[in-house]
Design a protein around this ligand. Sequence first.
Ligand code: PDD
Length: 292
Amino acid sequence: MGVVVLMNGKPVAPAAATVSVFDRGFLYGDSVYEVIRTYDGVPFEVHAHLERLDGSATRIGMRLPVSQAALTEEVAAAVALADLPEAYIRIVVTRGSGEIGLDPSLAVDPVRLMIVKPLTPPGSEAYTDGVRISVPAVRRNHKLALDPAAKTGNYLNSILALAEARRRGAYEAVILDHRGLVTEGSTSNVFAVLGDRLLTPPLDTGLLAGITRGVVLKIAPQAGLRPLEVPLAVDTLLGADEVMLTSTSREVLPVVEVDDEPIGAGTPGPAYRRLRAAFAEYVAAHNADRTR
Ligand code: PDD
């Protein structure tokens, strides 16, 4: 069927799937969202994604309108209806609409959307050749302002960072916090390999707890790496043997250049290849055990 949209749990033709101009998601980015993917048609780590959605809602003082069990069923129904080789699943919950004004108590009727469409992972050359990333001047939102741990519909900070990186010809941005420490990419998490250590910034730096990040930290030992969550300076990235990005649609992606400085040998390295193999094994085990 291709693209499927559910609005508040009901299928709606994609062209007819619209929200009110008074919706706070549209007016203020007052919403939360998740992006999930399938492997062989099975949604990956649904429970972890829905837990994070619930956590994002809690962080902005919102409650999800339906239970996680109901959302899990909706994901399965939408994926079955779309009948795609592999699906991208976006869940959006807005605080709703009402009289225009910032006060959240003006909001009524939260809107729950699910968009299922074909998954478009990066081309194979991104994995064989690696990608270039850039450190923009734009800094990550301070966690006391808008905590990056919440995946909200307000992505302007990431949009501005990515736009800057793209202007420099880079594939992704690596965003620093106010102190100059590495946080994450615009829609990815960042890892550095130093010897047998796999380094990534700790969550309290102020970043999204990526589901792929969590899986990679868990499987690192299978790839012969010792995972370590430590504050990362840009110089540590530049001096690393290897650098990688992780996210739902990209899985583990090798980085070969940061702002025109080559990383390691300037080609995807052995730690990346081992992690990629371990990740594929994890996915196979996940799908063999569909009760997760
Ligand atoms: N983004 N950091 C940010 C800011 C993100 O938006 C994302 C994912 C990640 C990686 O998280 P995960 O491994 O759970 O995909 C890190 C999704 C894919 C998106 O907005 O499209």
